[in-house]
Design a protein around this ligand. Structure first.
Ligand code: ZN
Length: 229
C-alpha cells in the first residue's frame, strides 16, 4: 500500500472524515455533493485535452488544496472516480483500437517533491490507470529547473519564459510514434505546463499526445497558451 494511502487510513481511524460540502460523516466528499459539481467538458480548440471540473468551484478547490498541501487524497480520488465515464469516453474518442496508452504525470522539481514527499500528478495518474483500462503509468519526464506556479506569473511573456524548456525526457529515451501519451496534471491553469510537457514528449519522438487534468483554473479560455494533439 502506498505511504499516502496508509497515512489516510490511520488519519481516518483517529479523525473520521466529514464531507467538505455537507459534513456527512465517513467521507471527504459524498456522492450527493459531487453530483452537484458540474462536470467540465473537453477543452475546446486545444486538441485532445480534458479537465474534469472547474477549479472555481469551492469543493474542487478544497480537494486540490487538501491533496497538494495536506496530503489528504480521499476527496481528490472521489472526484477522479466520479469522472470515470467521461474519461473513458474521452480516451476512447481519440485513441486507435489496440493502441498502447501511457499516462505521463507532470514531474516536480526534485526539491519540491522532497518537501512535499510525493508528486500529486503521479498519484492521480495511478488512480486513472485503475479506472481507464489498458493504460500504464510511466514517469517519462523530469523538470530541468524550478519554475514558479503559472498562476503567479504576471504576463503572457513571463508565463512562456517560465516554462520554456523547463522539462526534458528522462534518460534520453526515444518514444514510440504509435503510442498514445496522455499527460496527467492536477490543475490546468494557463496550459503552459502541459504545453511544455507536450513539447518534450514530441521532441523525443511521440506523435500522439493528449492531456487529462482533474480541474481547470482559467477564467477565460482564450488565455490558454497550449495546443496539443
Ligand atoms: Zn456532502
Amino acid at each position: 500500500m502506498p505511504m499516502i494511502a496508509m497515512i489516510d487510513r490511520l488519519l481516518a481511524l483517529f479523525f473520521p472524515e466529514t464531507c467538505y460540502g455537507c459534513q456527512t460523516a465517513g467521507t471527504a466528499l459524498c456522492p450527493a455533493c459531487i453530483g452537484h459539481i458540474p462536470l467540465a467538458l473537453p477543452i475546446e480548440n486545444q486538441g485532445h485535452a480534458i479537465a474534469l471540473f472547474d477549479y472555481g468551484h469551492p469543493l474542487v478547490r478544497q480537494a486540490v488544496w487538501e491533496l497538494k498541501y495536506h496530503r489528504k487524497s480521499s476527496a481528490m480520488k472521489a472526484l477522479v472516480q466520479h469522472g470515470t465515464e467521461t474519461l473513458h469516453a474521452f480516451v476512447q474518442d481519440f485513441s486507435k483500437k489496440g493502441q498502447h496508452i501511457v499516462l505521463v504525470p507532470i514531474p516536480q522539481y526534485r526539491t519540491k517533491t522532497f518537501s512535499r514527499g510525493f508528486n500529486q500528478s503521479a498519484l492521480i495518474a495511478r488512480w486513472l490507470q485503475s479506472v481507464i483500462p489498458d493504460t500504464v503509468v510511466q514517469s517519462l519526464l523530469a523538470k530541468t529547473r524550478s519554475t514558479i506556479p503559472q498562476a503567479h506569473t504576471k504576463s503572457r511573456q513571463q508565463r512562456l519564459r517560465n516554462q520554456y524548456h523547463a522539462m526534458c525526457i528522462k534518460n534520453d529515451q526515444t518514444l514510440d510514434p504509435h503510442t498514445l501519451y496522455i499527460i496527467i496534471d492536477d490543475v490546468i491553469t494557463t496550459g503552459g505546463t502541459v504545453n511544455e510537457a507536450s513539447r518534450a514528449l514530441r521532441a523525443a519522438g511521440a506523435r500522439h499526445i493528449g492531456a487529462i487534468a482533474v480541474a481547470h483554473g482559467y477564467a477565460d479560455k482564450s488565455a490558454l497558451t497550449f495546443r496539443i494533439s
